[in-house]
Write a protein that binds this ligand. Structure first.
Ligand code: AMP
Ligand code: ZN
Length: 293
């Protein structure tokens, strides 16, 4: 088997994955869903773009404008556009001056597609949903594992104010045990999101004090631990915005997010780039069976 590798492209944070890397992603995907089994989450396929107006309403654009990738389209039909651009270029004007912003943006986290699915509903019992998406964040650094395009598997819980934090705690414990079973040394830390501008002043301190965001961190071989998974408790923030109710109360929500490429990089850092030489217990957990050499 080939060494698992993330092959850089000409732009930072955007890599091509070879088949060996992707085989580990496949193993992780079934393994995560395996340990989600008792709850039987409803599974969805979600697209890599999402409504710009929705993220504006949710406050994402104010909190993380530096991370959001917007999409632009060229105005006009192709032949007319080429003629206009040719004239512009001849004048020395920027080639992209004829663009307009689209009504979709690059999806920054998988779970934003899931809360709207139960908008305006009163839930008779807690709901668990899962999806995986290609996410985009306009990251500034090219550190290993700090990708701009990466996949995030998320499990979302929507329920009452007692149920949801208990679910979050259980997920943190389960995820830690799962990572340790894969031979990874993880630290579990209270964290804050990288809020921008005023949001950093207003949102980060309560997020830390109330322990709303937890990260499971591992060294990807850079000497600095990075989050390979996180659990976020949003209290009634999304329940309120989407009009979701449980038993007469505004629903609470939490999500558990797994960064698939980062987990593979953490595995490579510990066990090497040749998955066929990984310990049998790790191969077993990923559904690889015996060594194939
Ligand atoms: P967050 O919404 O920031 O908690 O991210 C959820 C998970 O996605 C993190 O725990 C990481 O595993 C993964 N992740 C976040 N940002 C990146 C990135 N720039 N590159 C790769 N993985 C990421
Ligand atoms: Zn989420």
């Amino acid at each position: 088997m080939l060494a698992a590798s993330l092959i850089p492209t000409e732009v930072s944070g955007v890599g091509v994955l070879n088949a060996a890397f992707e085989a580990v992603v496949d193993g992780l995907r079934s393994s995560v869903l395996g340990f989600a089994r008792p709850e039987d989450p409803q599974a969805f396929h979600v697209p890599p773009v999402i409504s710009r107006a929705l993220l504006e309403r949710l406050g994402y654009v104010d909190a993380f404008p530096n991370l959001l990738g917007t999409l632009h389209t060229f105005v006009g039909d192709n032949r007319r556009w080429r003629a206009v651009q040719a004239a512009r270029l001849a004048d020395g004007a920027p080639w992209h001056s004829d663009q307009t912003i689209s009504d979709v943006v690059a999806l920054p986290a998988t779970c934003y597609h899931l809360y709207p699915l139960v908008a305006s509903q009163t839930l008779a019992q807690a709901v668990t949903m899962t999806a995986e998406a290609s996410c985009y964040r306009h990251e500034g650094s090219s550190e290993l594992g700090r990708l701009r395009s990466f996949r995030m598997r998320e499990i979302v819980r929507i329920g009452g104010p007692d149920d949801v934090p208990a679910w979050r705690d259980e997920w943190l414990a389960r995820a830690r045990t799962w990572f340790e079973g894969l031979g990874l040394t993880v630290s579990v830390e209270v964290a804050t999101d990288p809020f921008f501008g005023d949001a950093a002043r207003m949102m980060a301190p309560p997020q830390r004090q109330e322990e709303l965001k937890w990260e499971l961190k591992a060294d990807l071989g850079t000497g600095r631990a990075q989050a390979i998974a996180s659990a976020n408790y949003h209290k009634d923030h999304f329940g309120g915005l989407f009009g979701i109710q449980t038993d007469g109360d505004v629903a609470h929500t939490a999500c558990a997010a797994f960064g698939l490429e980062r987990i593979v990089l953490a595995l490579i850092a510990v066990h090497g780039a040749a998955p066929e030489r990984w310990p049998a217990s790790v191969r077993g957990a990923l559904g690889f069976g015996g060594a194939d050499r």
